[in-house]
Structures are given as C-alpha cells and as structure tokens.
Design a binder for this molecule. Structure first.
Ligand code: OXD
Ligand code: MN
Length: 613
C-alpha cells in the first residue's frame, strides 16, 4: 500500500525506525490504509465504531461490544515465548525457536488485513519520565478499531511518546492481526492462532483473536512477558502480575504500600479496589494504584524497592462485581466514564448492561435483553434457561482516572516504595488468614509455591493446588530457576527489605462450608497487622510456616466472626501442611537451576513442621 509515510507524517510521527516498521507490516498484512492513533482520537473512533455497529451505546458515555463466540479468553496453549537461545526454555513459557515462529507468524499474517485499516498505536507502559521508561515504549499495530479503543484506555497512547525516545529504536514492535475469526479452528487440533512474544527481539506477534487478553499487546504481552524478560536480561527490574495499593494511617500520617500476586479468581481486583471497613474508615485510607501489573526496581539513591503500575486503565472481570464485592469498580464504570464493556448481557432497548452477580437475580423484565452471544434471553428454551447471560470472562475496560480512590501520586514516575509483598490464593483449608515471612528466600519460596485450588476434588486429589508461581504461570518468559535467582538478586539488593506475607480470605468451615472470614473490606485488618508487625508494634506468634497474628492483635472492631472461626483461621494445620510440602517438592523439582537458597527455605519449613509434632 502507498501512503504510509504520508499518514505517519500527518500524525507527526517522525521516528524513522517506526516508519520502517509500519511500512514493513502494512505491506505484509495488505492493510488498505494506515492511521496513527492518539488518545485525543477517542471520541472520533467511538463515533465511527458506533456508526459501524462495532460498538453499541451502553448508557451515557459507555459502550458495549461482543467478541466472536469462540474468542472470549486468553489462550494459554496458543501462547509462545520465542527466542534464539534454547537455554531460555522453561517449564511454563512454551518456548520455541524464534527462527521457527517468526516465519510462521508472517505466513499467517500475510495479506490477512486486506481491505482493513491498520491502526498504529504508539504507547507507553509507564508514567512518562519513569526510570524504567526505556522498557515501556511500544507501537502496536492492529487491524481492529475496538482494540485501538481498548489500548487508549489501558496505556498512555500518542505519537509523542515514541518520537521523544532517547534511543529511537528502543520500542516494542507489537503486531496484532485479527484474522478470519470464523475460520481459525479455535480449540481444535487445527487451531490457527498464535500469540508469540519474540522476547530477545522485543517483538510481539499475535494472530487470531480480537479479545482483550490476546489483543491488547501493551498489557499482558508487553507489560508482563516482554517486561519480565527485559527486567531479567538487563538485571534491573521485576515485572509481575501484581496489584498495588497504598494505606494511609491518617492519625500518624504514615503511608505504606503493598503489592502482591494472586492467581485468577482469587479476588485481586477486589482487593486492589478495597475501601477501609466502616469502623476503621476514620483512621485508615486505602488508595488504589493498580490491579494487575507492577514493575519493581531498587532505587540506587535510597536502597528501597519502588513499584509502578505500568498500565493506564483496568481491564476487569465483570462477573460478581457488585456493591458489596467491589463498589469502587462500579463507580469506575459509571455513566460518563467512557467504559467499554465486553461480552456482558446487553439490553438493546434501554442500553443497560448486566452480568451474573451484578444483582442477586437477573432483571425480571426480559424485554430487550440479549445474552453475551446476542441472543434474546426471552427466547430461550427450557434447556437454555440456566445458561449465564454474560460470559464468565466478560469485562469492563476503564481508565485509572475513573477509579474514585486512585492514589493522588499514582502518576509519579518514580513509583512508590514497597513495604510488603503478599501472595494469596483461594484455599478452603490449611492457609491461615495471614502468615508473615521475614526471610527473603522464604518469601520468594512462598511466591514460587503459590497456587489456587484446582477442581480436582472430584478426582480424589483434594487439597492439591494448581501451582502458579508468583501468579506468573501464564506470563513466564524465561526459566523458573533463573526467575527465582533474579528475584533473590533484585529484592536482595535493597537496603530496606520488604516484609512478605501469604494471605487467604477463603477458608471454609469443614462441616457446612461457610466462609470463616468476611473478606472484602475486612481484608484491610490483616494487612494492618502485617504493617504493625513490620514496624515492631505487633509480635505475632511464630509458627513453622511464618508469623501469624496473636488473637488480640487483629483489630476486629465491627467484624462479625465467631471465636471458633477466628481460632481456625489463626491456626496451623500441621498435618495438612506436611501433605502440602510433598506436593511442593514435586512442583519445585521441575525447575532446573533453582537457587540453593530456595531449597534451603523449603527444607527449613519442612523441618520446622516436623519439629512441631
Ligand atoms: C488476565 C488479565 O488474564 O488480567 O490475567 O486479563
Ligand atoms: Mn491479570
């Protein structure tokens, strides 16, 4: 196609490397035209999307889109990390040689955008001026307007971010081609999709999806996979699937920051957006920084660990979001926020949206309601009656600025100093409410053995976790042994060490299954204890697996929990822990080159459990 240079010129994009890159892919994909996107194009692109029916109005300043029915989630099996070095192969990164993947992707993408516009989306995955800025710049090419609209919400988007680069060639080349979604054989042996990060070339090539997790390349592919690889290759930082919050004690004026990883469906977004419980709200304020990604580095000036959220928005799961679980999220997607909803249920007459868990029951009047596939709910057969209206992975996409308790300094390029790093999964037994870990290797060990309950109970392996190291299993881009060593090195180089902790809001009563801890806002209480422990204001009780709160150390003002339930969540089930240690050993044995410090930590915990008998 002709006119690439003219289009880039009109947008003021002068960076010669970008021009060359866009020219190459416009030619290869056969795009009919090229358009450079800046955040200021949002209203125009929304207007065009509405006119084309690609998006639909969802109340004042909110929009709705549906993705192809077989394109509703990230595909881990089709996601590959490629490099030129076979030593980069890990257990989880699905490594393949770059020399094999690049030609394969180029073949898939050849002519695949014919007749379409190629949107050129220059972006920054960091606040401008961040010390990690050189790892944050990217240019996504996409042949899907809705993807461009999502990128505007999830990243800082504009030509100036790329034109002002100190090293004009230092940007991630992120190519997204949707493909003919109806003919890609999603989930079959002939699946045509490929989502490849060529990490040592800083190139991302995604073909065969327009769903966010596969198509918003700034977020997961760059913000996590590529950045984790860059952080390791440079030795400078960690990129983790972590939430990031601030807690201010308004009495003392002290501010604390906590980041942490939680496997999917463990309440990470709810925690990140948590407000203080009513009884503590006069004293403590919780500020939101980010719900999904944190980049961590050690500042050479003061030796502290600083974290930034590289994202500009939230791509949250809609299911079960309501006034109790996450009022902050509801406010963040309120009318006038520019929110894009994907795959929720939609009322074609009133433009309302709904998802399972939004209210106890679905709207009683079915008139106008379409399910996420676009089928009228009123026309459902008796067999279809129980099907969800919204897809379980339906989403809302909104900018950080819409989050009511966004931290006032969230855009500070320096980031915020980290006091605590927490991990937490969904565990029905064994894991107490909180256990603090003061030793670095034991903290990293805890992250590496993080997991969420698998659905194996039916097969008789109750209690077995699906391990998800640091909640990075789907985003690992280099071998796990090196990953652990990099953690020890980066965090170990901080003069001021964070405290680690493992949290669990999900213990259940063995007999009737009720949750033993109320969760949500009350989750602030164990975090406050953790900070007091770090400050030497609480002592806790040492156990083989960490320090847990003494009963009188948790501020329980206004909590409705019984003494028996509290007793259970503040105690250690040694027998269950011993069983878990065997699984952990098998899990860690998969990783070659795991640092000896991690094995020592494992053996220390095992020995302490043995001694506890
Ligand atoms: C994810 C996400 O898939 O953040 O983890 O969307
Ligand atoms: Mn995530």
């Amino acid at each position: 196609m002709t006119g690439v240079d003219a289009a880039l010129g009109r947008a003021g994009l002068t960076n010669g490397h970008v021009r060359e890159y866009v020219r190459y892919w416009a030619e290869l994909t056969g795009a009919a035209r090229v358009e450079v996107v800046s955040a200021s194009d949002d209203a125009r692109l929304i207007g065009e999307g509405l006119a084309d029916g690609e998006i639909l109005p969802a109340g004042e300043g909110r929009y709705y889109s549906r993705s192809y029915v077989k394109d509703t989630a990230r595909s881990e099996e089709r996601t590959v990390v490629a490099t030129s070095n076979p030593a980069d192969k890990g257990v989880y990164n699905n490594w393949r040689p770059a020399s094999e993947m690049r030609p394969l992707l180029e073949e898939r993408m050849l002519g695949a955008s014919a007749g379409k516009t190629m949107y050129v989306v220059p972006y920054l995955m960091a606040p401008a001026g961040s010390p990690l800025e050189r790892y944050a710049a990217g240019v996504q090419l996409t042949d899907c307007r809705t993807v461009a609209l999502h990128m505007i919400r999830m990243a800082r988007v504009g030509a100036h971010y790329i034109d002002s680069l100190a090293d004009q060639n230092s940007f991630v080349r992120a190519v997204h081609v949707t493909g003919d979604l109806g003919r890609l054989g999603q989930g079959t042996p002939g699946d045509q999709r490929y989502f490849v990060t060529v990490a040592d070339e800083r190139a991302i090539l995604h073909f065969g999806s327009s769903y966010g997790g596969n198509a918003l390349l700034g977020k997961i592919a760059h913000g996590l996979r590529q950045a984790a690889y860059d952080g390791w290759a440079s030795g400078e930082f960690l990129a983790e699937q972590f939430m990031l919050i601030g807690i201010t004690d308004q009495l003392t004026g002290k501010r604390y920051h906590i980041c942490g990883g939680f496997p999917s469906a463990s309440g990470k977004t709810n925690l990140a957006m948590m407000l203080a419980p009513a009884a503590l709200g006069g004293r403590y304020r919780v500020d939101f920084y980010g719900d999904d990604i944190a980049w961590l580095r050690v500042d050479p000036e003061d030796g502290r660990i600083y974290a930034i959220n590289p994202e500009f928005g939230v791509f949250g799961v809609a299911k079960d979001t309501n006034e109790v679980t996450n009022p902050t999220a509801l406010a963040s997607v309120a009318p006038g926020t520019g929110t894009l909803f994907t795959n929720v249920a939609y009322n074609v007459k009133t433009h309302e949206v709904w998802w399972e868990g939004r209210t106890k029951n679905p709207p009683a009047d079915l008139d106008g309601w379409l399910d996420w596939k676009g089928n009228p709910v009123a026309d459902r057969t008796a067999e279809q009656a129980g099907e969800p209206w919204a897809h379980p992975n339906s989403r809302f996409t909104t900018t950080l600025a819409n989050v009511p308790n966004l931290a006032p300094d969230s855009g500070d390029p320096t980031g915020v100093p980290i006091d605590a790093i927490i991990f937490g999964g969904r565990a029905r037994d064994r894991e107490p409410l909180i256990r603090a870990i003061t030793d670095l290797a034991e903290g990293v060990y805890d992250g590496l053995t993080l997991g969420a309950e698998a659905t194996f109970a039916a097969e008789g392996v109750e209690g077995l976790l699906r391990y998800d190291p640091m909640s990075m299993r789907p985003f690992m881009s280099y071998p796990e042994g090196a990953y652990a060593a990099h953690w020890l090195k980066v965090i170990g180089s901080a003069a001021s060490q964070p405290i680690f902790a493992h949290v669990n809001w999900f213990q259940r009563d063995r007999k009737d299954g009720h949750y033993l801890w109320p969760g949500y806002r009350d989750n602030l209480r164990p975090l406050l204890w953790l900070l007091r422990l770090k400050e030497g204001e609480a002592r806790g009780r040492q156990t083989p697996v960490g320090v847990i709160p003494a009963k009188d150390e948790l501020d329980l003002d206004g909590v409705t929990t019984t003494p028996e339930d509290l007793e259970t969540i503040l105690s250690i089930d040694t027998a269950r822990w011993k069983q878990e240690m065997k699984y952990r050993e098998q899990h860690l044995e998969q990783f070659t080159g795991l640092p000896e410090e991690i094995w020592q930590a494992h053996r220390r915990v095992a020995a302490a459990l043995d001694a506890a008998d």
